[in-house]
Design a protein around this ligand. Structure first.
Ligand code: RRO
Length: 304
């Protein structure tokens, strides 16, 4: 019996259900090509805006017990320059999803339009960065503003639109529903979770920005709960993101309702080989339980 690892998400054809998460190895065409060569099913770029941004001063990343806390501050070269990186990544032959941020709906729409023209196969709207004022969680905590952004992006860019949500809300399904009603084609859950670390010798916060976003195994149960809740409320694919490190984590997210999973922090700890090891593990899991495709297990935990 043959087992299908390939899947389709919002019309994008993925050879397997793993994706590179935004924020890691996504700033250049050549680093994206490395991830593509490591067998990711799709890649999401670093978030890109209208203008170049330097980001915060160092230190921008600190390792804690179960993950990393980052406060990069949206460093990126701006979409005009980034077009060349998109073109280079496209040569890898798999779907390229460009992560877009903005300080207004108009900015989101303009960046999305240029990214689509440069060859982006889909757009992921980052409305959830935990520590950049007016371009992150403040947007993602306002369902109406999220809907407004999705609407203008859909009008301008004509590509599938993923919306990446924050867990920093009372009810994540309210934001997911607003995004989908406005035309979102998929929901990515979740971005990093607000956190900090303090050096007890110097008595100072470690990150230059003081507050950052926690990623890695520490946030996996939070992300899993968000995927589970969103899956029950919307009819579009949900993409799981947050602490996925092993094939077991990936399967857990699929059972919760994820059509695909994004991998970020695990690359920092284990290297790009995680794409293959996770994909292999999913395959063995399906085979041992007589499933024929990835799709058969998406949302299966809701049947109980
Ligand atoms: O660049 C960052 O500091 C950053 C972003 Br845009 C984001 O969405 N999430 C995160 O943890 N860091």
């Amino acid at each position: 019996m043959s087992i299908r690892l390939s899947t389709e998400v919002t019309g994008l054809k993925l050879a397997n259900p793993t994706m590179l998460a935004a924020g890691i190895l996504g700033l250049t065409g050549s680093s994206l090509r490395n991830v593509i060569d490591a067998s990711a099913g799709a890649v999401v770029t670093k978030s890109v805006g209208l203008k170049q941004r330097e980001g915060y001063p160092n230190p921008t990343v600190v390792q804690v017990k179960c993950g990393l806390i980052n406060a990069m501050g949206l460093p990126n070269p701006g979409i005009h320059y980034f077009r060349e990186e998109i073109r280079e990544a496209k040569e890898g032959g798999i779907p390229i999803i460009v992560s877009v941020y903005g300080f207004s709906p108009e900015e989101f729409a303009e960046v999305a339009r240029i990214a689509a023209e440069a060859g982006a196969d889909a757009l992921e709207l980052n409305v959830s960065c935990p520590h950049v004022e007016k371009a992150g969680v403040e947007i993602g905590q306002d369902p109406q503003l999220v809907a407004e952004i999705v609407e203008v992006v859909k009008k301008r860019a004509h590509k599938p639109v993923f919306v990446k949500l924050t867990s920093h809300v009372a009810d994540i399904t309210e934001v997911a529903k607003a995004a989908v009603e406005a035309g979102a084609d998929a929901i990515t859950a979740i971005n990093t979770v607000k956190a900090m670390a303090i050096n007890i010798e110097t008595t100072w916060p470690i990150l230059a920005n003081k507050i950052g976003g926690l990623s890695g195994p520490a946030i996996k149960p939070i992300a899993l709960r968000c995927v589970y809740e969103i899956f029950q409320e919307v009819d579009v694919p949900v993409i799981g993101c947050g602490g996925i490190t092993t094939w077991r984590d990936a399967v857990e997210f699929m059972l919760a309702g994820a059509s695909a999973v994004q991998i970020g922090t695990a690359i920092a700890f284990k290297g790009t080989g995680v794409f293959k090891s996770i994909t292999r593990g999913i395959y063995t899991y399906l085979r041992k339980r007589d499933f024929r495709s990835v799709r058969e297990i998406v949302g299966l935990s809701h049947c109980h």
